[in-house]
Design a binder for this molecule. Structure first.
Ligand code: NAD
Ligand code: ZN
Length: 340
């Protein structure tokens, strides 16, 4: 079968011919129907040999949708032909975090398809436990694949600070890309907050407005003054940073108000520098990693009701390498999705 693999640190991904996997006991073989491209793939491929934590070669893709093709011995609970998406946080299932449903925070270290195991940028993929499958019924797999990360990650980030997003509040979204464009939609559906989106360039800002942002601003230091103005000097109640470089960390802290929250989601390699004397008093800065399976079920329900809709740009598997280069160049509007 064809698969898009990361083969050597520093090289671009490659389309290769590999063996079709066979499901062992407890495993499920999916025929992949769609596979979203995440900026995190690029982050992983930017690691040095010392930093890179996964096996090589490794098939990329941690936003899978597929149809159940074959069941390994002992698998129950799904039928051949079921249309599913794959919850990507594969924890041990046993530790305290997993027991609480937070496999994304597994204390023994989670693995994920495309981030440690072979992922979904292929014609077929293995899933190591039936509990990672989430049925999607008649949802379009191309639209549903990225619910697993591009929607789940901002959904969890927003749910953590929901009590602050009351009537009259303001939320800032920095980076209206794959995750950010869903964050804007979710904020509009889940809260009465006023959404201010920051990105670079007219096209991205127009897209953010189309997704439901009340106000869009070029992402530069002066945006903080404008946000203070439009919030009667208070600053934003919550700032979500979906970029994660020093400039956006600084901007997030310049935008947030007293008692507000900054949620760091982007993995851009920078940081948000906080101290009692420079940050607004009682501001809370937290990180947020991916999400819980239960939240993915909630998102599937929301997608069925049309409350969240991922904007997709599709590529055939043969063009996946070009899709990664388009992502790198910032050409994607919403999420790039590979359709094998
Ligand atoms: P993306 O490339 O689809 O979107 C990034 C967006 O940020 C683009 O619209 C881009 O124009 C914009 N941008 C770039 N520089 C900017 C700046 N200085 N100011 C404002 N906007 C800027 O990426 P994505 O797939 O949405 O991922 C976003 C980040 O989140 C990545 O760093 C990714 O690795 C990370 N991520 C984290 C988690 C998590 O669990 N915490 C999960 C998935 C992705
Ligand atoms: Zn991701």
């Amino acid at each position: 079968m064809k698969a898009v693999q990361y083969t050597k640190v520093g090289n671009p991904p490659e389309l290769r011919e590999v063996d079709k996997p066979t499901p062992g006991p407890g495993e499920i073989l999916l025929r992949v129907t769609a596979s979203g491209l995440c900026h995190s793939d690029e982050v992983v491929m930017s690691y040095s040999a010392e930093q890179y934590p996964y096996p090589l070669p490794m098939t990329l893709g941690h936003e899978p949708a597929g149809v159940v093709e074959e069941l390994g011995a002992g698998v129950t609970g799904v039928q051949i032909g079921d249309s599913v998406i794959v919850y990507g946080c594969w924890g041990c299932g046993v530790c305290r975090m997993c027991a609480d449903g937070s496999e994304n925070l597994c204390l023994t270290g989670m693995v994920s398809p495309g981030l440690g195991r072979d992922g979904a940028m292929a014609e077929f993929m293995l899933v190591d436990d039936v509990r990672h499958l989430v049925p999607i019924g008649d949802l379009d797999p191309v639209k549903a694949a990225s619910l697993t990360d591009a929607a789940l990650t901002p959904y969890q980030a927003i749910k953590k600070v929901l009590p602050k997003l009351v009537g009259g509040s303001s939320a800032v979204v920095i980076g209206a890309g794959g995750l950010g464009h869903v964050a804007i939609q979710l904020l509009r559906v889940l809260t009465p907050t006023r959404v201010i989106a920051l990105d670079l360039g007219e096209e991205k800002l127009a897209f953010a407005a189309e997704m439901g942002a009340h106000e869009v601003l070029e992402s530069k230091p002066e945006a903080a003054d404008r946000i203070k103005e439009s919030t009667d000097g208070r600053g934003a109640d919550v700032v979500f940073d979906f970029v994660g470089i020093d400039a956006t960390g600084d901007l997030a802290l310049a935008c947030v108000g007293v008692g507000g929250s900054v949620v760091l989601v982007g993995a851009g390699g920078g940081s948000a520098r906080v101290s009692l004397l420079t940050a607004p008093y009682d501001a809370q800065v937290s990180t947020s990693l991916w999400g819980r399976r239960k939240e993915l079920l909630e998102l599937v329900d929301m997608a069925h009701r049309g409350e969240v809709s991922i904007q997709t740009v599709t590529y055939p598997l043969d063009d996946a390498v070009r899709a990664y280069s388009d992502l790198h160049e910032g050409k994607i509007r919403g999420r790039a999705v590979i359709v094998p």
